[in-house]
Write a protein that binds this ligand. Structure first.
Ligand code: RIB
Length: 335
C-alpha cells in the first residue's frame, strides 16, 4: 500500500454510554466507596476505535447498533462529529443502548463493567449486510463486546474474500482486539492478520505469564503462529509500553516504552492505541512508525477524562510525537 493513502477502515463493534464515577481509590470486593464526581461520556470499544481512526485521518465506517432510548441518537451524533460514517449503525426496538459502569481512581486507573444492551442484538446477518462495504475497506477491526457469531461471521467473510482473490482481488486486514476476552469468540487459526492484546489477554490466550516486555515477546511468538501468514501481534503493557512481533524475515520483537505523562483517566487508551496503530499501518507506515504514533495518541488520551471526549485530533498527536520514544528491537540499542 502506498504511503499517505487515506485508508478506509471498518469497525464492527460496540457503542456504549459510559457512566463514570471518579473515586479516591477503586473499591475492594464487598466495599462501598463515596464518589468524588460523576460524568457521562460516549464510549464502547468499537465506537471508540472508529472515532480514533477517523480523527487520525482514516475514512471510518462503523457497523453497530444502538437502543431506542435517548442515548442512541446521542452516541450516533457524537460519532458523526468525530467523522465516523454511521450509515451502517441501526437501532434496536425495545432495547437500551449499551452501557459501561466505570470507576476511575486518582491515578487514572479504572474498572469497567459492560452491559451489552443493543450491542448484544448484533448478528451474523448484520455482517452479511455490510459485506459489500467490507470488501472495499483496507482493514476490519473487531473487539469482543458483540456476540461470538458476529466476530466469527466477519472472520468468515474476510476468509471468503481471500479465497476469491484473483489477480485484481484483495481482502481487508482482519484486526482483532479480543477484549473483554472469551475463548468462544476467538476466530479459527489463520484468519486474523493483526492481533492487539493487553498483557492479561495475552496471558489468557497463551497460558504464559506476561509481566515484562520479554514475557510479551514470548507470548507474541506463540500467538503469531495462530495468525494468517504475514501477520502482526502487538502486546500492550500499560506503563511498560508495547511489544510488536511481525511475521517478516527478521522476526525481531520491537519494543516501545510508554510516554511519561500525567494520567487522569486511562479509559479508552487501549482503543486509542489500536485505532491509531491500524490507521497508520493501513496508510503504509512501518510497524515502528505506527507504534510510535499509537503511543503518542494514547499518551494524549490518558491526560483527559472520558473515552471519546479524550481522543486527540491528528495535529495533537503530531505535537506529542516530538517527545515520543522510538520503537527499537527489544534487546537492541535505543536512540
Ligand atoms: O475501552 C474502553 C471502553 O470499554 C469504554 O468506553 C467502555 O464503554 C467499554 O466498552
Amino acid at each position: 500500500m502506498s504511503k499517505d493513502k487515506t485508508p478506509r477502515l471498518m469497525v464492527i463493534g460496540s457503542i456504549n454510554i459510559d457512566l463514570v464515577a471518579d473515586v479516591e481509590r477503586l473499591p475492594r470486593e464487598g466495599e462501598t466507596v463515596q464518589a468524588l464526581g460523576f460524568q457521562q461520556h460516549l464510549g464502547g470499544k468499537g465506537a471508540n476505535q472508529a472515532a480514533v481512526a477517523a480523527l487520525a485521518g482514516a475514512e471510518s465506517v462503523l457497523v453497530g447498533r444502538v437502543g431506542d432510548d435517548v442515548f442512541g441518537p446521542q452516541a450516533v451524533q457524537g460519532l458523526e462529529r468525530a467523522g465516523v460514517d454511521c450509515s451502517l449503525v441501526t437501532t434496536a426496538a425495545g432495547t437500551p443502548t449499551g452501557a459501561a459502569m466505570i470507576t476511575v481512581g486518582r491515578r487514572g486507573e479504572n474498572t469497567i463493567v459492560v452491559v451489552a444492551g443493543a450491542n448484544g442484538t448484533l448478528t451474523a446477518a448484520d455482517v452479511e449486510r455490510a459485506a459489500a462495504e467490507l470488501a472495499r475497506c483496507d482493514a476490519v477491526l473487531m473487539q469482543f463486546e458483540v456476540p461470538d457469531e458476529v466476530v466469527l461471521a466477519a472472520a468468515d467473510a474476510i476468509a471468503r474474500l481471500h479465497g476469491d482473490e484473483g489477480d485484481a482481488g484483495r481482502a481487508p486486514l482482519f484486526v482483532l482486539n479480543p477484549s473483554p476476552y472469551r475463548a468462544s469468540a476467538v476466530p479459527p487459526p489463520g484468519t486474523v492478520d493483526v492481533l492487539v492484546v493487553n498483557e492479561l489477554e495475552a496471558q489468557e490466550m497463551t497460558g504464559l505469564p506476561v509481566e515484562t516486555a520479554h514475557d510479551a515477546a514470548e507470548a507474541a511468538r506463540r500467538l503469531l503462529r495462530t495468525l494468517r501468514e504475514g501477520g502482526h501481534v502487538v502486546v500492550t503493557l500499560g506503563e511498560d509500553g508495547a511489544v510488536a512481533l511481525s511475521d517478516d524475515e527478521e522476526r525481531t520483537p520491537l519494543h516501545i516504552p510508554a510516554m511519561n505523562v500525567q494520567a487522569v483517566d486511562t479509559t479508552g487508551a487501549g482503543d486509542t492505541f489500536t485505532g491509531a496503530l491500524i490507521r497508520e499501518l493501513c496508510a503504509g507506515r512501518s510497524m515502528a512508525e505506527a507504534l510510535r504514533f499509537a503511543t503518542a495518541a494514547a499518551a494524549v488520551t490518558v491526560t483527559r477524562p472520558g473515552a471519546q471526549s479524550s481522543f486527540p485530533r491528528r495535529a495533537e498527536v503530531e505535537d506529542m510525537l516530538a517527545r515520543a520514544p522510538e520503537a527499537a528491537p527489544l534487546d537492541g540499542p535505543r536512540r
